[in-house]
Design a protein. Structure first.
Ligand SMILES: Nc1ncnc2c1ncn2[C@@H]1O[C@H](COP(=O)(O)OP(=O)(O)OP(=O)(O)O)[C@@H](O)[C@H]1O
Length: 233
């Protein structure tokens, strides 16, 4: 399997700092006073029971769900939910693929990368598709792919997006064992290249313990700070 360096290019340090974050959904307080710190090369795993608020927190971090209280700083600078410059630093993978059923996998990728202002690098696309064993199916309409193949295509978009901050909501959903292994490798490579990730999962991804901290949303709010250095971006 050939490696694709998703963090290719200048390797800058980044930091994400969230303090006192509160979120209301459906008229009730979903969480309050959540804080976290993340630096380059670090991964935060979100845990918690169904409905604990993992997806909602990820959506807040992606700027898709406005937060009602608290502050978010990216590289020391405060950002608001719809901050385009901040959103240009992240790749979000939600439960839904956000791809057109009628376009082929390749067309979807092309369109997504255009939206992300990432130029089409044929070699990089080939490497990622091959690594995710999507070569034979990428020319089929997305709506005719299996759930696991759709998930793999969503991961391809994240990998090719070249964003330092990955926000992944149950990325291992529908993946077979080989897919899970590749996801672990891709995350490890992303972190090694100075990237960072917040990942919600009910399962244990195979990752180096040293780079990972855990925020359990089933537990009362507590600050999560681990080995974070102030970064100049
Ligand atoms: N669009 C919405 N409007 C109102 N309430 C919502 C909405 N989406 C989710 N919720 C509620 O917010 C709470 C948290 O949901 P969320 O999806 O963030 O949890 P989760 O921890 O990701 O759950 P799971 O492990 O099942 O994926 C749940 O009680 C859910 O019913």
């Amino acid at each position: 399997m050939q490696d694709f360096d998703a963090a290719a290019g200048p390797r800058l340090s980044h930091s994400l700092s969230v303090s006192g974050l509160g979120c209301i959904r459906g008229g009730r307080v979903l969480f309050r006073d959540r804080s976290l710190e993340l630096g380059s090369g670090q991964l935060l795993m979100l845990r918690g029971h169904n409905g604990a608020g993992k997806s909602s927190l990820l959506r807040c971090l992606a700027g898709l769900l406005p937060w009602r209280a608290g502050r978010l700083h990216w590289c020391g600078k405060e950002v608001r939910a719809a901050d385009a410059a901040y959103q240009g630093q992240l790749a979000y993978l939600g439960h839904q693929a956000g791809m057109s059923d009628t376009l082929t996998g390749l067309e979807n990728l092309h369109f997504s990368l255009q939206l992300m202002a990432v130029s089409w690098d044929k070699t990089a696309v080939q490497i990622v598709l091959q690594a995710l064993t999507l070569n034979d199916v990428a020319s089929r309409p997305f709506g005719r792919l299996s759930q696991g193949q759709r998930r793999r295509l969503g991961l391809a978009r994240v990998l090719l997006g070249q964003r330092p901050l990955w926000l992944l909501d149950e990325p291992d959903n529908c993946l077979d064992m080989q897919g899970e292994q590749y996801l672990g490798q891709a995350l490890e490579q992303h972190l090694a290249g100075g990237g960072m990730a917040v990942v919600a999962s009910h399962r244990n991804l195979i990752l180096p313990e040293s780079a990972m901290s855990i925020l359990d949303l089933s537990s009362p709010a507590q600050a999560t700070a681990k080995n974070v250095q102030v970064a100049v971006c």
